[in-house]
Design a protein around this ligand. Structure first.
Ligand code: ADP
Ligand code: MG
Ligand code: MG
Length: 199
């Protein structure tokens, strides 16, 4: 079973990897965006880590709802509301339980990813964070390691795609040949599950 502490570790592990990879995320957002994805998420997850330290929510759902709220209020870019919705909706789906199973988490994350698709209108293959998140959720029944591998593979597989959503879509065919920054950061988020489990 996964308790609130596991979810706090997930968020702080993600904050640390976003910090570590911020320059790379921004560099990926340079040819097909406005070179701010790393700094956007760094600002957001720094606020998440600070809020979790201050408030220490008692349930898994409350941890993710607080994290999502921080992302929405601190990240200016498209990714803020999208990641914020992902975490808030996943948190809501977890309800008030003090501990949740991996199966409950998989189901809740599915609801979160569905909410991101509803908000942003992106489907798999549109070269967005969805291309890492959907395969990760599909693989989650096989464990966190399988989900991480699927997310990383999904992020790499965005390179030959033409963007159909977000800023990169303005480039049309010129978006082809570049890895999507949001799919790359989504793989970091999913990898955070493994780090929280190992801790
Ligand atoms: P902005 O484009 O506003 O500068 P960011 O650079 O922080 O925002 O985030 C860009 C990432 O957000 C993209 O790489 C893509 O993965 C994701 N994204 C953008 N629009 C959408 C959308 N409509 N649906 C899903 N993901 C999206
Ligand atoms: Mg950007
Ligand atoms: Mg921007």
């Amino acid at each position: 079973m996964l308790d609130a502490d596991f979810f706090r570790r997930w968020m702080t592990a993600t904050a640390m990897s976003v910090d570590r990879e911020a320059e790379r995320l921004t560099a990926l957002d340079s040819p097909i965006g406005d070179a701010d994805h790393g700094s956007n998420l760094q600002r957001g997850f720094t606020a998440v880590a600070a809020a979790l330290e201050k408030e220490a929510p008692a349930t898994p759902g409350a941890v993710l709802i607080l994290a999502g709220r921080q992302l929405i209020s601190t990240v200016g870019g498209a990714s803020g509301p999208l990641y914020g919705t992902l975490l808030r909706r996943t948190g809501k789906a977890l309800g008030d339980d003090g501990e949740v199973s991996e199966g409950q988490l998989a189901e809740a994350l599915r609801a979160g990813v569905d909410a991101v698709m509803a908000l942003g209108g992106a489907a798999p293959g549109d070269k967005t964070m969805i291309d890492a998140l959907v395969p990760a959720v599909d693989a989650l029944d096989a464990g966190f390691g399988a989900a991480r591998a699927a997310a990383e593979e999904g992020a790499l597989a965005t390179t030959p795609l033409q963007a159909r959503k977000g800023r990169a879509s303005y480039l049309g065919e010129r978006s082809i040949g570049h890895q999507d920054p949001g799919a790359t950061s989504s793989a970091l988020l999913i990898a955070g599950l493994c780090e929280a489990e190992e801790a």
